[in-house]
Structure formats: C-alpha cells, structure tokens
Ligand binder design. Structure first.
Ligand code: 5U1
Length: 679
C-alpha cells in the first residue's frame, strides 16, 4: 500500500473506532459487535507499530495506558475551577432565587438544573478539537496533570466531534464510577486479596490518581460534562443549556437528568423529583446544581470570593457519616441466617437516624476488621439497609473488643452451623426457632406477598411469644378477642387487622408462592413459576429437571423449590391455608415455556397513561410474559410513554427504541389482535 493510503486508512480506522466508542460508552447503543471493534482496533495497532509517525494524540490505541509516571506534574487552569455555595434546605434555595431575581430585576428566572455528581472534578483541554491535557481540580487554580489516565476513560472523547471545533476548549465535568462497576471492582479486589474501596467516589479517585495508567485503564470510570472553562474560536450561545446541548453534539456525555426549569418552584420540584430517583440512578449524587440559564445574567451576577453568584448546589442528606460501634450482636433471619449487626451511637445519615448497621457475615467483620468500640463510617442509601463501610483505624483505642460469633442461636439455643464454602452461618432450629418463625410470618404478611396491612413486628412478636400463632395458617383462626387482648392493640386496630387478614384470603398464585418464603424465590421467580405451572399442585409436583425449564430458574432455585415442597411440614401448612379459605385463580399450565404474547420483551413505563395506572400496565405486561424494567437501555424493546414522560422518553428516542402510547400497548396486549398467545 502507498504511504498516503496507509495514512488514510489509519485516519479512517481512528474515526471509526472513535465513533463506535461513542456509540458504546456514551449512547449505550453499539452499532457493531465487539469482535468487529477489536478487529479494527488491532488493524490500527499494527499500522501504528509499523509506522510510528502515524500515531496521533487522538488515536483510540492511546486509551490502553502507557508506562508508569514518577509523579504528576502541576497544571494551571486557564480559568479557575471554582467551587459552589451550598444550600442545605428550601429556605436557602428561596433566598438564592430571591437574590438572583433582585439583581436581575426579573419576576421569574430560568435555570438549568443537573445532578451534582459525587465524583472528582476535572478539566479537559482540547486544542483544535484534539484532547491534549486533562487535570484534576486541585485547589481550583492548579491541579495535577492526569492526561494519560483520562485518555483511558472511554467516555471522554479524544477528539471533538466536529469539522470546525473551537480553537481552544476547556470542558469541565466529573469522573465517577457507576455502582455496577464499583461492585465488580470490589469483588475482584476481594478475590485477589487486595484492598477494597469504601465507596464509588474513593474508587474513582484511587483509579484516577494512579501513576500507572494501565491500572486506570483496567478500572471502569465514567465521565459527565457539566460546563466549560476557557473557550476560544467558538461564539458562546445565549443560554447555558445550549452550551450543554453543543457539548452533547460534540460527543461529550451529559447527564440525561439535566433539565431547564422556571423559577424557584421548578428548582424545588426538580430537587424532589430527582431525590425520589436518587437510589435508582446508576451513580452516586450528593445533590443537584442550579445555574442561571441566561449567560449574560450569569456574567452580571459574577462571583463572590471563590463561588459563582449565579449557581448553587442544593444538597441531599449525606449518605455516609461517622459514628461509634457500641456493640456487635447477631440477628436471626427468616432462613436462619445469623447476621452480625453493629449497634451504633445514633447518627443522622441518608435522611434518618441510624442505630444499627449490618455487617453481613462473620468474614465481613474480619475483613473490615470492625471491633466493638471502633469509630466507623456508616452508609445508608435510600431504603437499603445501613452498612458499616470502613473503620477509622487512626481513632482506634486500646480497649476495643473483637466480635465472637456465637455457636448457639441466641434465640432458640440450637446449634449455629456454617457449611463449607458458605459465607453465612445459620441457626439449625428451622421453624422451631421463634426468630425464624417471626420472620417467616412477617414475610408472609408483607405488602408484595399476602399484603396483610397492620401485621407488624410488635404484633408478630406477641403472637409467636404467646404461642397464639405457630405458622401462617394460624393467622386465619384469629378472633377479635384474642387480638384485642394483645399489648397496645385497640379494638379498632384489631378489627382492621382482622379485615386485612380476611381480605388476604383472596389472593393470586404469584403472591401466594412468594409468601411461602421459599429460599431463593423472590417476587420475580414466584411470578415465573406461577406463569409456567398455572396451578399450585402442578408446581408442587414438579421435580428439579422440570423446574429448570422455567424461564430464569437455574439449578439452585430449582433445588430450593423442590426441597421446600418435599418437606411434609410445608405441604401441611399449605393444606391448612387452603382449608382456611386462602384461594387464587388458577390457569392451565404452559405447554412450553417462553410463550405469551409479550414473552421475552422488555418494557419501560414512563409518564401517566389516560386509563391505566402504571401498576395495572405492569401486571398486564407481566401476565403476557413481558418484563418491566426501570430504566431504558439498548435492551429495551418498548417504552410506553404517557403524559409528561421525562428523560426515559428522550433516552428511548436517542436509542431508537419503539415508543408506544396506551393504545399501542393495548394492541400488543390483545392476544386476538396479535394471534400469538399459545396457552
Ligand atoms: N453538575 C454540576 N456540578 N458542578 C460543579 N454542575 C456544576 N457546576 C459547577 C461545579 C463546580 O460550577 C459551575 C457552576 C461554575
């Protein structure tokens, strides 16, 4: 090949690889198989090896990391990377908006709002469209040169996607680690016997500040842009949101949660709305950022000391705090699992006061080396059980004590056994153990199982401790007098509880299967089993081989289910429940699995439909064999969008996912119209 052809081919490969990298890492929507990407990559590597003069700064081959550095050099930011003032409550946001309105002489202000990522702020410099330098924030004026490491972050463009890029462009944003990548990294570190990270932020920081960029390359870091610094050779638009739009077009990842809102009400609604989704996001956020959208007004408002007057961070309650371990004891779960629990000095974290945190199992106590008396960092995110993340070793005193795993169940005195290869120790008492019985009853009554409202822990404790209830079928024998005699049980609550128990007699097969508390059978598996077998007796008769034919049921679940129904005690309880009038509609068993009008299809629901609630839609989709997921990805088959559909609709449009309205969904659900239902 002629030299010019080789150079042309190298350019073609670079463009192709950069484009497919963008499709994969930024849009989450690859166009070519991994093998094809690898082939193009290898071809470019070969060309560059034979013709080193063709190697360019924006070559995707530079993403794999290079030789270790002896240290990071310092970089002075062309424009300082300032910090933001914080608002910790609504009043501070209202005051911020008032100040802006007064300064602007306007009644209502337009804001651009986005998540406040809990990662590391960085600045990326592009000269004539090519990424030439990346630096940490440092003290805001001078940071560390981490260019080598940032090149390995796949979501960071090595070249601005434009034929007429700005002469100079500083992009500001945050490097972070997604929850799934954090979990995988810690699992791998544990496997190798290496240090684990306390949270995704530390993992991202530890990965970015590696002198050996090959280590950074092996960690999956994400990046989101949230603004620009110095810009030359591009006329800024009038609105900040248009800068973000342009960054997106230049292939920088921008959070899909960013929005433009009007006035303080818009700000507070956004805060509420995103707060509700905080636990479902793929990454940690610690608040939201509000920015005046009019760039001219931004300039007029200017800065006070080191923070802009035109922007503010509205913080969510911290999800991690430090407190002291007062004691470590154990809790006995529904399946007899003995879980060490740290009793803590009360601490306000994740929006509630926390006094207990799980330590998962004995190995975890040893691995984290948590001792009684230690100061620890505790994390609580949303509804997740609080956990001890790490020990503040520098605060350890001489009088701390080690935890000793009991060899007898603290509730029933049965032996505690830990099978070889299992991390969990269990009480061997089975349903003889009141703790297991109580948990089994609470699970049976829980909202997604039999939904017996009002049957809480305090009542279950008394029912079991006073030998009134031994197994779930006894609940259906309770009378008003017995219930009203319980501590702190008024007659009105007793009759409400009786009504709830009565109502639960009429249930569905998936709920009933889930309520049985079979090990490894969660709500989704219970639905799969019910759909597959149609009738409880058919399920009870299934052996392991038959069970593994059910969608998503593997050998472990199959074994749990078969063992559960093989136990005569369990069969008796089921009979007693049926005799007590617990019933559900049944259907014919499937002839084959994986059928149903919507089998194998994944849906995402967003916005309000005119006639159907989301729960109804979910039930009907699942009844037809479909799955309902919480977020849109390339695996989504349909997005059902109602009124005021938000970012999920936008994502679906970006990914080219089929979008349906309520009528479209009904058409799919109607088996006659589709002619696909094969029961
Ligand atoms: N999401 C986001 N984070 N963050 C941090 N936006 C944002 N903007 C910032 C900072 C420091 O600063 C500009 C308002 C100047």
């Amino acid at each position: 090949m002629a030299a010019s052809d080789i150079a042309q081919r190298a350019q073609f490969l670079r463009d192709q690889l950069n484009y497919h990298n963008y499709r994969y890492y930024v849009l989450d929507s690859p166009e070519i198989p991994d093998a094809e990407y690898d082939r193009l990559f290898r071809e470019l590597l070969e060309i560059e090896a034979a013709h080193p003069e063709l190697l360019t700064a924006d070559s995707p081959t530079q993403r794999i990391g290079g030789l270790p550095l002896s240290g990071f050099s310092q970089v002075t930011h062309r424009q300082p990377m300032l910090s933001l003032n914080n608002a910790f409550d609504e009043n501070e946001v209202i005051a911020f908006d008032r100040r802006v309105r007064e300064a602007a002489g306007q009644e209502i202000i337009e804001y651009e709002v986005d998540p406040k990522f809990d990662g590391l702020a960085i600045s990326l410099t592009y000269e004539n469209g090519v990424f030439i330098q990346g630096a940490t924030r440092g003290d805001g004026y001078t940071g560390e040169d981490v260019t080598q490491n940032l090149r390995t972050v796949s979501a960071i463009p090595l070249r601005v996607a434009s034929d007429t890029p700005p002469k100079l462009l500083e992009v500001r944003g945050e490097v972070l680690m997604l929850h799934k990548d954090f979990a995988a990294l810690n699992a791998a570190q544990r496997e190798k016997g290496e240090k684990t990270f306390a949270n995704p932020r530390n993992a991202a920081a530890g990965s970015l500040r590696q002198l050996d960029s090959r280590i950074t390359a092996s960690r999956k870091l994400a990046f989101f842009a949230y603004g620009v610094g110095e810009v030359q050779g591009w006329k800024l638009p009038k609105k900040f949101s248009d800068i973000m739009q342009q960054l997106k077009q230049w292939h920088f990842p921008v959070a899909s949660e960013s929005e433009v809102v009007q006035g303080v009400e818009g700000l507070l609604d956004y805060f509420q709305h995103l707060g509700g989704k905080r636990d479902k996001l793929a990454f940690d956020i610690d608040g939201v950022v509000y920015k005046v959208n009019d760039l001219q007004l931004q300039e007029e408002l200017g800065f006070v000391s080191r923070a802009p007057r035109f922007a503010i961070a509205h913080k969510y309650p911290a999800q991690e705090e430090i407190t002291q371990v007062l004691d470590i004891d154990v809790q006995v779960g529904r399946t007899g699992a003995i879980t060490p629990v740290a009793r803590l000095a009360p601490v306000f974290v994740g929006g509630v006061t926390v006094t207990n945190a799980t330590l998962h199992n004995e190995d975890e106590v040893r691995r984290k080396d948590v001792r009684i008396g230690d100061w620890v960092s505790v994390r609580r995110a949303g509804d997740v059980i609080p956990e001890v993340v790490s020990v503040m070793e520098d605060r350890r005193q001489d009088d701390v004590r080690e935890f000793v795993m009991p060899d007898k169940c603290p509730v029933c005195g049965s032996h505690v056994v830990r099978l070889e290869g299992e991390a969990v120790a269990r009480c061997s008492g089975g349903l003889f153990c009141p703790a297991q019985r109580k948990q089994a009853l609470l699970h049976f009554a829980s909202r997604r199982a039999m939904d017996i409202e009002g049957l809480g822990e305090k009542i279950v404790d008394q029912l079991v401790d006073n030998a009134i209830v031994h197994n779930p079928s006894d609940l259906y024998k309770l009378g008003l007098v017995k219930l009203a005699n319980l501590d702190r049980m008024a007659e009105k609550s007793a009759s409400n509880l009786l009504a709830a128990i009565e109502k639960s007699r009429s249930t569905s097969l998936p709920r009933f299967i889930f309520a049985l508390g079979i090990r490894n059978v969660g709500e989704a598996t219970a639905k799969d089993l019910a759909r597959h077998f149609g009738k409880l007796d058919v399920l009870m008769a299934a052996n392991e081989a038959v069970l593994t034919q059910v969608t998503d049921v593997g050998p472990i679940v199959a074994q749990s289910v078969a063992q559960f129904f093989a136990e005569s005690h369990n069969r008796e309880v089921i009979e007693q429940l049926r005799a007590a009038g617990v019933h559900w509609p049944e259907s014919e068993p499937r002839r084959t699995h994986g059928i149903g009008a919507l089998a194998g299809k994944t849906f995402v629901l967003t916005g309000a439909m005119p006639n159907m609630t989301r729960d109804e839609a979910k039930e009907r989709i699942e009844a037809a064999g479909g799955k309902v997921a919480g977020s849109v990805s390339k695996k989504t088959d349909y997005v059902v969008a109602g009124a005021e559909a938000g970012s999920k609709l936008t994502k679906a449009q970006e990914l080219g996912v089929t979008i349906l309205d309520e009528d479209g969904l009904l058409a799919l659900l109607n088996p006659e119209a589709q002619g696909k239902l094969e029961f």
